[in-house]
Unconditional design. Structure first.
Length: 119
């Protein structure tokens, strides 16, 4: 059973930064998503197995950075320049294939961590 354990969420003021971590019990193509109340789950970023290829959605490009430490089987999401509209529950997800932009391409999900950005 694959386990994904997220940490690092919290409350931050607009313009601030947070780093989310996702510890995985194995090595997979990884994605980050978020879901705000009343909204669909939104793709944020994806990183390949070796960490050399990353993809971002436009709304976070230039502000968020996904990375991984394969020695620790951990993936990170560094979030800078946070805005109130970034408030959501953030999820990491693992794909046994190539991942991509849609949630259905991911096979395993973390429990989610709340990020709240105050104005």
């Amino acid at each position: 059973q694959v386990q994904l354990v997220e940490s690092g969420g919290g409350l931050v003021q607009a313009g601030g930064s947070l780093r989310l971590s996702c510890a995985a019990s194995g090595r997979y193509v990884m994605g980050w998503f978020r879901q705000a109340p009343g909204k669909d789950r939104e793709f944020l970023a994806r990183i390949n197995l070796l960490g050399g290829s990353t993809v971002y959605t436009d709304s976070v490009k230039g502000r968020f950075t996904v990375s991984r430490d394969n020695a620790k089987d951990t993936v990170y999401l560094q979030m800078n320049g946070l805005k109130p509209e970034d408030t959501a529950v953030y999820y990491c997800a693992a794909s046994r294939s190539s991942g991509g932009y849609v949630a259905r391409n991911y096979d395993y999900w973390g429990q989610g961590t709340q990020v709240t950005v105050s104005s």
